[in-house]
Design a protein around this ligand. Structure first.
Ligand code: ATP
Ligand code: MG
Ligand code: MG
Length: 288
């Protein structure tokens, strides 16, 4: 859909809304310029409300505008300041992408997840899964982690789009991006050989790291399935990163380091390990 942004001279500018992951039906145009609606999940709405008001983390999240009543939550559209956006990337953070509670109980094996699995690797299902043509969600999530850099770098590139005059490109099969060199190459492509973008992203990521470290909100919560959204355009140094997707943020039983290895019961998510790896990758990025 097409979105509306206010220009500095008080006019309005139209731009296409681009969504890198998740279900298409979950998003709608906002109720006012510069906002977007996302299907309401009370957990996420509560989290966004608190984060918007958080003195440390507020500047790193889309501003929360409440709900439209029952169905959708309204938040800042992060693309509104980038109507001429040329680069957009979603990095799913952490070394685990499912909640501990999702492992408990006996999840019903699903046909759609089986289909998604064989689309990527026909040999991935076990004999039982192949016979049932169904895979349980935690098993599917763990398989995705091992296939991607979630297991090795504690983050993975979940979506990436470079918008060019010629149209859109989707350069690599992101599901199989696993090794550091592969991820580094993909990040380099995203940066279009521009040191100004690397420097702007690095500065913002370091600032985020410095804000997360002392944050009580962060220390007390498990951050699962949450992403960093990277956005830039063609103006020199015009790039930004925000935290998004808070549907699986849960209060942990105690304080988390966000760097320790996960053991069932300790709720560690590896979020800061992933952020440190991301920062290291940007730091090592050299341009001729
Ligand atoms: P999933 O859990 O499968 O990742 P989801 O339905 O929870 O999906 P999000 O991950 O929150 O959805 O968002 C999906 C995509 O929508 C993001 O990758 C990003 O491209 C876009 N998006 C989400 N929130 C915003 C925002 N506030 N401003 C601009 N774009 C956004
Ligand atoms: Mg997401
Ligand atoms: Mg989500």
């Amino acid at each position: 859909f097409v979105q509306r942004a206010e220009t500095p001279d008080g006019g309005q500018e139209l731009y296409p809304w681009v969504q890198l992951s998740g279900h298409r039906e979950n998003f709608r145009p906002g109720l006012r310029p510069g906002t977007v609606l996302k299907l309401l999940c009370p957990c996420e709405a509560d989290c966004l409300r608190q984060l918007t008001a958080d003195p440390l983390l507020g500047e790193f999240v889309p501003r929360y505008f409440g709900t439209d009543g029952t169905e959708f939550l309204e938040m800042q559209d992060l693309l509104a300041e980038f109507p001429g956006c040329t680069g957009l990337m979603d990095c799913k953070m952490g070394s685990r992408t499912y909640l501990e509670s999702e492992l408990d109980g006996d999840p019903k094996p699903r046909r759609d997840l089986y289909n998604k699995m064989v689309e990527v690797d026909a040999d991935a299902p076990t004999a039982d899964e192949a016979a049932a043509q169904a895979v349980a969600k935690p098993r599917y999530m763990m398989w995705r982690e091992q296939l991607s850099s979630t297991a090795t770098l504690a983050f993975r590139i979940d979506g990436l789009q470079r918008l060019m005059a010629s149209g859109r490109t989707h350069p690599v099969d992101l599901k199989r991006l696993r090794s550091r060199p592969e991820v580094s190459d993909t990040l380099a492509g995203f940066l279009e050989g521009r040191p100004d973008l690397r420097d702007a992203y690095l500065a913002r990521l370091r600032k985020l790291r410095a804000a997360l470290a002392p944050s009580e909100f962060f220390a007390l919560r498990e951050f699962i399935g949450s992403s960093l959204l990277f956005v830039h355009d063609q103006s020199p140094g015009h790039a930004c990163v925000w935290m998004i997707d808070f549907g699986k943020i849960r209060l942990a039983p105690g304080r988390l380091s966000h760097t320790a290895d996960w053991l069932h019961g300790n709720h560690e998510d590896g979020y800061l390990t992933g952020l440190d790896n991301l920062i290291g990758l940007f730091e090592d990025m050299q341009f001729p």
